[in-house]
Design a protein around this ligand. Sequence first.
Ligand code: SAM
Length: 188
Amino acid sequence: MERLERYVAMLKAESEQQNLIARSTLETVWARHIVDSAQLLQHIPDDHRGPWLDLGSGPGLPGLVVAICTDMPAILVESRRKRVEFLQQVVDALDLANSVTIFGGRLEAMESCETGVITARAFAPLPKLLTLAGRFSTENTFWILPKGKNAVHELDALPRKWQKLFHVKHSLTDPDAGILCGQGKISA
Ligand SMILES: C[S@@+](CC[C@H](N)C(=O)[O-])C[C@H]1O[C@@H](n2cnc3c(N)ncnc32)[C@H](O)[C@@H]1O
């Protein structure tokens, strides 16, 4: 909790300098961003293997929150330089360097590796997300994709071979929002 509180303080302070989270959510950071991120942990088994890959982490949502809550190895991918600098500042300040790796660049440029969990919050439309991230998945990879109010619609629009891997869970922080959860390898 102490590290989460320090993270929230850093997030709010840095939001004065750069656009990290919507201004309208500054007063509700805990529910809107911290709990919204931490809730993803309930959708993976405790004994899952491999690192947690968070695509388009922005200020570390959900990747840093997960790393703070669990100490599990996490790889945060973020292309915008100022956001990458903020991520690094938090990792240094909260002593997370042993568990968190930051890839500061575009996902397309990252070397392939096998991951245990893939998350992406407000990163890209579902077909693009899966096309870009498929090469990081194996049969054992868990996908946890918060998709807001469009979750069911986005799932329905997927090709059948991908659709069958996923189901929709309700978000704890917004009853109208859905989280797409699934397991498996995504290939073209
Ligand atoms: C809308 S923000 C969401 C940030 C965070 N996940 C959240 O929920 O607050 C999307 C983020 O993805 C990053 N991004 C977009 N395309 C990317 C790519 N191809 N590779 C790496 N990062 C990317 C952007 O720079 C941005 O910070």
